[in-house]
Design a binder for this molecule. Structure first.
Ligand SMILES: N[C@@H](CCC(=O)N[C@@H](CS)C(=O)NCC(=O)O)C(=O)O
Length: 219
């Protein structure tokens, strides 16, 4: 059965990989599963029909037969559990890969995402610079720890896994809006390795195509 995911009809970054359908597309590409995409407007996202799929009125969602899922991490975990290629075969290795998914979503993504929101919404506030500084110093602490753990390894724990997929997806948000990652060369190289994967490139192209085709249609 071909799953259907939802994505932004109008994305703030115009399909440059930051919206969270990207990580779901990437996971599906990694395991070789075709998928369909239903684009939703900001207005439609907040209507009851979409909230039945995603209680918070957000994207992405995932529908496959009777199953409806929300939360990008849960969706990627589902894909990784049902298809070969994103989780190690041994039980302990699987648990460790899942721990890295949680680390990315719980420990890294909150301050990184809050920094992005701050830069969009609060630039004019008198406390903007102080808050930015506090967030960036917290982010740098986390990146330092992550960088020391990764060392010169290719991926976080053995072969590429769903843990790397989510971690790289989260770190990518820093790339477009700062040069923070450049201070951690092994993390910058780690992110670049993720972006170079054919599955990532296919997913990125598919997300971007939504917006390039809209631009062409409006000409
Ligand atoms: N924790 C959720 C976050 C989902 C989320 O924030 N989605 C954003 C797009 S990346 C969204 O729909 N934003 C519009 C809104 O919140 O109104 C997940 O990982 O799926």
């Amino acid at each position: 059965m071909v799953p259907t995911i939802t994505a932004f009809e109008q994305s703030p970054d115009r399909g440059k990989g930051l919206a969270r359908d990207m990580r779901v597309r990437w996971a599906l590409e990694e395991v070789g599963r075709p998928y369909e995409v239903r684009l939703v407007s900001f207005k439609a996202m907040k209507q009851p029909a979409h909230r039945a799929l995603q209680p918070f009125g957000q994207i992405p969602t995932y529908e496959e037969g009777d199953l409806v899922l929300f939360e990008s991490g849960a969706i990627v975990l589902h894909i990784a559990e049902r298809n070969a290629g994103l989780l190690p075969k041994d039980a302990n290795g699987r648990s460790r890969a899942i721990a890295w998914m949680f680390a990315a979503l719980n420990t890294l993504e909150p301050p990184i995402f809050e920094r992005s929101l701050l830069m969009i919404l609060d630039r004019e506030k008198p406390w903007y610079e102080d808050r930015l500084h506090a967030l960036e110093s917290g982010i740098r602490n986390r990146l330092g720890d992550l960088s020391r753990r990764l060392g010169d390894a290719e991926w976080l724990d053995g072969a590429f896994s769903a843990g790397d997929l989510i971690m790289i997806s989260v770190l990518l948000r820093l790339k477009g809006s700062s040069d923070i990652l450049d201070d951690y060369p092994n993390l910058a190289a780690y992110v670049a390795r993720g972006e170079a994967r054919p599955a990532y490139r296919r997913a990125f192209a598919a997300q971007l195509a939504v917006f390039t085709s809209q631009a062409m249609a409006s000409q």
